[in-house]
Design a protein around this ligand. Structure first.
Ligand SMILES: Cc1cc2nc3c(=O)[nH]c(=O)nc-3n(C[C@H](O)[C@H](O)[C@H](O)COP(=O)(O)O)c2cc1C
Length: 499
């Protein structure tokens, strides 16, 4: 099954939701943490220090900060039943966290070269293999020439079952969005420490899966290479040795979802990459709103990364968001990403696939209405004037937060243009991009004192109809909301310790 059929089959409609209603099978909920039992554990230092590009830092300190600010547990919630559960730096649909972080290192301070898995439950590294060839071996599964400067490469794997347990066939979309969030979190933390970051979506799946020997339903989705002097020292060379470890069993029973298996399989890699057509950004029209200069400053990434939480709902009467803040958030959210599925191969990072549509409910100096954002001219084109709070909530499956927020978003992906460039694999890429934009919206909002929530549940075709989009003009892939969060009584103090 190709992406078109999968996407159609997993659209939400009232009829489908009614027909599919059922209880969750709590007895088989997959464990949220993966362990490779038997692989030697390497401690990551708990002392964090500054997240900056300056200063001496050991390999262990570099890796510890990288994960502490991108993937670690960052808070706990206590449910009414008294059950405690962990929240992490990145958001995740249903808090189910399908993404696993594997990484290879080479010449990273005193850190021994090898292949590792990040154990998020205890902020440790599981050493699955020793040897200096792992970085090169991972990058050789891509179709790009391998970068000699890369000292760390991460492989982000998905466990589809973690999401499918709750969201069934639609879960593949959430897994891909989750990868986008994780990628952006890693990118940001690494860049704060002075690294250049480049992501590769084009790799030979089977070759990479065999190389990692990652078990328990993990599928490689994205490679993220870190270049630069993030840590000092020469690395510790080690003889090639394999421990691997045994993947823990996540639940006694796993249900297969043929639509997911099929759309994933269909995205087999083509050896050649066709040039990406330029994004056709609508021409600026008289009357478009030119956004003002972005507000300057805001809190530092390190101050907000672990504090970021998804708002359960927003305060409807909290007062409007200043236009200069919205301007800053939009600018930050849509800057280039640095990957092999962005850009038109002439080096211009101009062919992003996702367009933001805004439902403006409460922004100072901007009339209520539905707008389309044009990043190059930094302007908003008014599509529908008036109050769209009820519609925005209704389109997001009746979730009130999309009506109570200051601004709600539909992210619309140009899937046809993406598919013309990258074939079936494009389906992953547009979701990675939307997830990465979502992660930036969260962080940028938090930096300026606002909060966000990613919304994966929406009535697909009703959104297209409301926005007046023909199928060839794009498909909605993600919703988002920004505003002032209502306090969440279940949230205990954010964890500051590294475990
Ligand atoms: C892809 C994705 C889809 C989501 N969809 C919804 C949604 O439809 N409604 C909602 O209230 N929250 C949604 N969330 C937010 C999650 O519920 C939230 O991230 C999770 O409970 C963990 O909480 P945290 O973000 O505070 O760490 C979504 C998050 C992601 C990443």
């Amino acid at each position: 099954m190709g992406w078109r059929a999968y996407h159609e089959a997993t659209k939400h409609t009232v009829e489908r939701l009614t027909a599919e209603r059922r209880e969750l099978d709590w007895a088989h909920m997959p464990a949220p943490f993966r362990h490779y039992e038997g692989a030697p554990l390497v401690d990551l230092p708990a002392e964090m220090g500054e997240l900056d590009a300056e200063g001496e830092r050991s390999g262990a300190e570099f890796l510890s900060r990288l994960f502490y600010y991108s993937a670690a547990v960052s808070a706990t919630k206590i449910a009414q039943s008294g059950m405690r559960y962990a929240l992490r730096v990145t958001p995740s649909s249903g808090n189910l966290h399908p993404t696993e972080f594997h990484f290879a290192t080479r010449g990273l301070g005193e850190w021994p070269d090898g292949l590792y898995h990040y154990r998020a439950s205890s902020h440790e590294a599981e050493r699955r293999a020793a040897g200096e060839h792992w970085v090169k071996a991972v990058l050789e599964t891509t179709l790009a020439p391998w970068s000699r400067e890369a000292r760390v490469v991460l492989v982000l794997n998905s466990i589809f079952w973690r999401e499918a347990w709750k969201y069934r066939s639609r879960a593949y979309r959430y897994c891909c969005l989750d990868i986008g969030h994780a990628w952006e979190a890693v990118r940001r933390a690494a860049r704060e420490m002075g690294c250049e970051v480049h992501a590769y979506g084009h790799f030979l799946d089977d070759k990479l899966r065999r190389l990692l020997n990652a078990e328990g339903g993990e599928q490689p989705m994205l490679i993220v290479a870190l270049m630069g002097d993030g840590a000092s020292g020469q690395g510790v060379k080690a003889e090639t040795e394999w421990w691997g470890g045994e993947a823990n069993v996540l639940s006694a029973e796993t249900i297969a979802y043929p639509l997911i298996e099929s759309v994933h399989r269909a995205a087999s890699l083509r050896e050649s990459i066709a040039p990406v057509r330029q994004a056709a950004e609508a021409a600026e029209r008289a009357g478009d709103v030119r956004l003002p200069g972005a507000v300057q400053g805001g809190e530092r990434y390190a101050a907000v990364a672990r504090r970021r939480r998804s708002a359960l709902d927003f305060q409807a009467n909290a007062g409007p968001m200043p236009l200069a803040v919205l301007s800053a958030i939009l600018q930050e959210a849509l800057a280039g990403h640095g990957c092999d599925f962005e850009g038109d191969l002439s080096g211009m990072p101009s062919s992003r696939f996702v367009t933001l549509y805004l439902y403006v409910h409460a922004v100072e100096g901007l009339d209520r209405g539905v707008y389309r954002y044009a990043p190059r001219s930094h302007t908003l084109a008014l599509l529908l004037a008036g109050d769209h709070r009820v519609a925005a909530a209704g389109l997001s499956l009746g979730q009130q937060l999309a009506g109570n927020c200051a601004v709600a978003f539909s992210m619309v992906a140009d899937l046809e243009r993406a598919a013309a460039a990258h074939g079936e694999r494009a389906y992953r890429y547009v979701h990675f991009e939307a997830g990465a934009v979502g992660q930036r919206l969260y962080v940028a909002a938090e930096r300026f004192g606002w909060q966000g929530t990613g919304i994966g549940a929406f009535y697909d075709d009703a959104v297209h109809h409301y926005l007046g989009l023909q199928p060839e003009q794009g498909q909605v892939v993600y919703h988002f909301a920004l505003g002032r969060a209502v306090p969440d009584p279940r949230l205990s103090e954010p964890s500051t310790a590294a475990s």
